[in-house]
Write a protein that binds this ligand. Structure first.
Ligand code: SAM
Length: 219
């Protein structure tokens, strides 16, 4: 069985035992194969918008002998996944804006029992902003390093609450950069990007400074 890298392993660790999984943008279907093979998930839908990755996913499922548990399905986001088919939904390896679009495009994402495990490759701040504004609460957030890059994984569910978070929240989420080195690395990467953006728009410098101050960095 293909071993999960630490990014997908972190996503896998957020999936509830016994949850029926939908993996949106599954590509090689590594995650559903792993979770069904380990017995965490009784069944899974491995979905992708493109036929080529889905074929490679279907091969991995067949090689693992899991065709009775994992269905591969062509789907743009959650459009072809019915509300009663999955409990935990993973959307990993896409940009934060696209992940927000996929959740916003589907009415049943407001089902409070569903868990969303989100792993934005870029613009995680936009995704956190969107979740916050649309009644989704972050239940857990963690970071990991894979191939020398730092990633975050967000576990969220719809609660209908819109919390009064400050302007730094999209960059910090529920991370604890003062206590956790990987969280700190992730937030530093935000600070670096903000300082680059500040060369074109000095307003970003104030956010970078406030963030650095919160993390405990001295310039
Ligand atoms: C970089 S791969 C990520 C694979 C895996 N989820 C991971 O994190 O390693 C992104 C996958 O998302 C698929 N994808 C992009 N947009 C999508 C959409 N709107 N709905 C479903 N799948 C999509 C792509 O075809 C591609 O296979």
């Amino acid at each position: 069985m293909h071993r999960l890298d630490s990014r997908l392993a972190l996503c896998a660790s957020f999936v509830r035992k016994g949850a029926r999984l939908a993996d949106i943008g599954t590509d090689h279907a590594y995650l559903p194969v792993w979770l069904c093979r380990c017995g965490v998930c009784p069944s899974a839908i491995a979905a992708d918008i493109n036929p080529a990755p889905l074929e490679s996913g279907a091969r991995a499922v067949a090689e693992a002998g899991l065709t009775d548990k994992i269905e591969t399905r062509l789907s743009n986001g959650l459009r072809e996944i019915r509300q009663d088919e999955a409990d935990d939904i993973v959307i990993a390896g896409m940009g934060g804006d696209l992940i927000a679009e996929i959740i916003g495009d589907c009415a049943y994402t407001q089902d409070k029992n569903k868990h969303f495990i989100l792993q934005p490759m870029t613009r995680s701040e936009n995704l956190l902003r969107w979740l916050d504004a649309n009644g989704f609460s972050v239940l857990r957030q963690d970071c990991c390093t894979a191939a020398k890059k730092c990633y975050t994984v967000i576990l969220t569910a719809y609660t209908g609450k819109t919390a009064a978070h400050d302007a730094l929240y999209p960059y910090l989420g529920e991370l604890r950069p003062q206590e956790n080195e990987t969280h700190r690395r992730f937030v530093y990467a935000h600070i670096e990007r903000l300082r680059k953006k500040a060369k074109g728009d000095s307003r970003f410098d104030a956010i970078a400074d406030a963030l650095a101050n919160r993390v405990g960095e001295t310039r």
